[in-house]
Design a protein around this ligand. Structure first.
Ligand code: KG4
Ligand code: ZN
Length: 350
């Protein structure tokens, strides 16, 4: 068993968690949404300063909730990339400090690997191989999870990520940041067939593109605004039609990959995995094919440290730890995670 204290500060959530293998002993997330809302998106410099202010109280609250002694903690996990450099630095420096003071191994974690592992928190018995649809604010990817640490990226977005498309479209519609939950809520009340938006297809079995969809929504909004008085603006119909276009292309690509790779489990993770429309359609389509679909609990879809701790626990059990000189990475390929670790002979393989 591995007990890990983990930190996540890659974007606009300051988070700390304590994990025992795949079990969450405590998870605290302090969101900066209210701070960034007035700017319509995350301001990197503001985010870094906010992390500095919040990280210590968040760590203290996590330790108090888990009511655990330092001797019982095996290692410190931390997100080292990809993400905002200033934000990542706060988490990595805090993790190094804790690891040094308490003489614990440091385990750096790739943020996206964290999202993949969020599924294990909800379903601890889950094991690879499986297919993963990762849909967050920065990424849209279909990944074949062959084994722990062995990932094959089947396809990704050519332009905007799914969450980014939600956020940009929400802004266009005058909705607050982050746009995903707002559009999801309004879509439930609207007619998905009211507007025929393009599905964002590209000439590749698993890649996606959402920039055409965004442009189509913008043109429609401009047209509607010039034609109709504001009280008649069909906001929920626009949201429902936009959501249908995003969901349908994600469902189509995921089902194709399940069939071609002959896999029986689909894991959906990242912030957009919280989307109720996407969840319902993927459940329906997977069921028809006899496949299981796993969604992390809502709390573990968006950024959190529990998922980072879950990765770190797995690495620790494999005898993998990071060097003290580990840096932060604004960009980093998911296939390169092995470069974050060295085998520490002092750590017993569990
Ligand atoms: O994974 P995440 O917390 O951060 C990144 O690593 O990017 O994802 C945040 C994204 C935002 O773009 C947000 O609008 C989107 O997830 N999101 C949603 C929903 N909840 C959050 N998108 C669609 N429907 C939702 N219910
Ligand atoms: Zn994320």
């Amino acid at each position: 068993m591995a007990v890990i204290l983990a930190l996540e500060t890659s974007c606009d959530e300051t988070a700390c968690a304590i994990i025992r293998d795949r079990e969450v002993l405590a998870s605290v997330v302090s969101s900066q949404i209210e701070v960034h809302k007035r700017y319509g998106g995350v301001v990197p410099e503001v985010a870094s300063r906010q992390h500095v202010l919040t990280i210590n109280p968040v760590i203290e609250e996590t330790l108090a909730t888990a009511s655990i002694r330092w001797e019982a903690i095996d290692g410190i996990g931390v997100t080292c990339g990809p993400g905002l450099v200033g934000s990542l630095l706060t988490g990595v420096m805090a993790a190094k400090t804790l690891a040094w003071i308490h003489q614990k191994p440091l385990i750096a974690v790739h943020h996206l690997e964290g999202h993949l592992y969020s599924a294990f928190l909800t379903q601890p018995a889950l094991e690879p191989p499986f297919l993963c649809l990762l849909v967050s604010g920065g990424h849209t990817m279909l990944i074949h999870i062959r084994d722990h640490g062995h990932y094959e990226i089947l396809g990704q977005t050519r332009d905007d990520a799914a969450g980014e498309a939600y956020d940009k479209t929400a802004r266009l519609l005058g909705l607050p940041y982050p746009g995903g939950p707002e559009i999801d809520r309004l879509a439930k009340e609207g007619n998905p067939r009211a507007f025929a938006f393009p599905k964002g297809k590209v000439d590749h079995p698993y890649d996606t593109s959402f920039s055409g969809l965004k442009t189509a929504v913008r043109r429609t909004v401009e047209q509607l605004r010039s034609q109709r008085p504001s009280e008649e603006f069909p906001l929920s119909d626009l949201c429902a039609s936009f959501q249908k276009a995003v969901v349908e292309v994600l469902v189509e690509k995921s089902m194709r990959a399940l069939e071609h790779l002959n896999l029986s489990t689909l894991v959906v993770c990242g912030g957009v995995a919280a989307n109720r429309g996407l969840r319902a359609r993927l459940e329906q389509e997977s069921k028809q094919r006899g496949a299981a679909v796993v969604f992390p609990a809502f709390a573990y879809c968006t950024d959190n440290a529990a998922m980072i701790g879950c990765v770190a626990a797995q690495k620790y059990k494999q005898g993998l730890v990071s060097n003290w000189d580990i840096g932060v990475f604004s960009r980093m390929e998911l296939e390169q995670t092995s470069s974050l670790y060295c085998c520490n002979p002092e750590i017993r393989k569990l």
